[in-house]
Design a protein around this ligand. Structure first.
Ligand code: ADP
Length: 424
């Protein structure tokens, strides 16, 4: 206990002063002089300590006793805080250095939208300038509506892919991460090449499908002419021609779906602003279904009269694909229900069947092109393997979520869930 020893020393010193004073003829004078000496000594040490604390970069004062001990402790704490700060600073410098060296753009944005830091790649990709743009609102500098809307939305679950304007047009993919108290970290990667390749693939599929249509039309035309007089043909020829006509029809519907899919893909990012009356769309579809399955009409339950903003033909094709799948993958008596209803924050379309169902492990792959759970059954049902890929594209283009709920042998429910902001 250093303080106890220091206090004992003080008492001892004052007592010694008293004894000396008594010896010289005035005990109280001796005590007073000793106490004043103690006060003077402590005040001086306090002054030296306070003076040093003002600027701890100087070497610490050489003070005796408890004061020396206090100075040593403060000095040790200060040194350790300094070391920690240096370590933190070097970690921050290291991170900023690695961010700076990245080929991807990194921007740190304050909660109020002002740029706090950006690396060189971000300056190049977004046309930002360092250090002039630090502290400026990022939405004032990157003047792209989809970029601003995305940042304002606060929903960063899916990355944003957008095209820059200006001299060299780039396709950028942006991932936003929130941290600290509302600050955000924007990661930008250049996906121009990927988008270009994807575009070439879409164009290629579209062009090939288009080119194949004319020869196929000629072939089916001749086949139908020959089949018109099938009774005059020998049996093996007649059977062969019928099979050829069947396969030609399959190819026709495949080309039709491929062309439609590439059209939807090419217009996926275009704003779809028509007012689509979904209840009327369902009634039109039910009419079409009753001509295909007259004894099994589509059962409708429309409990919401609202429509949505979108593209009628695309939505019609998505819903009819879901409904026709319901029929295709049910027994000959299977019923299909479609409902349109509003829920908290969304409007949903459910297509429910009581058919063969699907094992949930298949769900993630169902919307891939040409993916079939059971190849032989799908071919027998006349499917092209593109139906759910079309549905998925239409859903994405309309900001809707495609949900699947099914179990083998217990039917399936396919739902398109539209955000309420999408309603008209
Ligand atoms: P297809 O033209 O083969 O029907 P889709 O893309 O529409 O292609 O569907 C993909 C696969 O998902 C189908 O081959 C089928 O196995 C399965 N499927 C789709 N809808 C249903 C459903 N309502 N019930 C059971 N299986 C389904």
């Amino acid at each position: 206990m250093e303080w106890l020893s220091a206090v004992s020393k003080v008492f001892f010193f004052i007592a010694a002063g008293g004894v000396l004073g008594w010896y010289l003829g005035g005990a109280m004078v001796g005590v007073t002089v000793a106490a004043l000496a103690v006060v003077f000594f402590w005040s001086r040490q306090m002054w030296r300590l306070e003076h040093w604390l003002r600027d701890t970069s100087d070497s610490p004062p050489d003070v005796p006793g408890i004061w020396g001990e206090m100075v040593a402790r403060v000095y040790r704490k200060h040194r350790s805080a300094e070391t920690t700060q240096k370590r933190l600073q070097s970690t921050v410098d290291y991170l900023l250095d690695s961010f700076s060296a990245m080929r991807d753009g990194v921007v740190i944005v304050h909660g109020n939208g002002a740029i706090r830091w950006c690396n060189e790649a971000a300056q190049r990709l977004l046309g930002l300038q360092h250090p002039q743009d630090i502290g400026q609102l990022i939405t004032n500098l990157v003047r792209l509506p989809e970029f601003n809307e995305y940042l304002d939305s606060g929903d960063y679950a899916e990355p944003l892919v957008f095209e820059t304007t200006g001299g060299t047009r780039l396709n950028l993919r942006m991932v936003v991460t929130q941290f600290s108290d509302g600050d955000t970290l924007l990661f930008l990667s250049d996906v121009t090449e990927v988008v270009r390749t994807e575009q070439m693939r879409t164009d290629f599929v579209g062009n090939v499908s288009h080119e194949l249509r004319t020869p196929l039309t000629v072939i089916t035309g001749y086949l139908e002419t020959f089949l018109g007089d099938v009774s005059s043909l020998p049996e093996p020829y007649a059977r062969g021609l019928e099979q050829m006509a069947g396969q030609a029809r399959r190819m026709e519907s495949l080309l039709k779906d491929l062309l439609w899919l590439s059209k939807i893909e090419s217009t996926e990012h275009r704003v779809k602003n028509d007012q689509v009356d979904v209840p009327a769309l369902l009634v039109e579809l039910a009419d079409e279904i009753s001509s295909i399955y007259p004894d099994r009409p589509l059962q409708l339950e429309i409990s919401c009269q609202e429509g949505i903003l979108g593209e009628y033909r695309e939505l019609y094709s998505a819903v009819s694909n879901l409904v026709l799948n319901g029929y295709k993958y049910s027994g000959p008596d299977g019923r299909v229900f479609a409902s349109w209803r509003a829920e908290a924050g969304c409007i949903r379309l459910d297509v429910v069947d009581q058919g063969i169902g699907i094992d949930p492990v298949q769900f993630p792959r169902l919307t891939e092109r040409f993916y079939r759970v059971d190849e032989s059954r799908s071919l027998a049902s006349g499917g092209t393997g593109l139906g759910l890929a079309i549905v998925k594209h239409v859903a994405t283009a309309h900001g809707a979520e495609l949900k699947i709920d099914s179990k083998p042998g217990q039917g399936s429910t396919f739902s398109l869930i539209f955000a309420h902001t999408n309603k008209r």
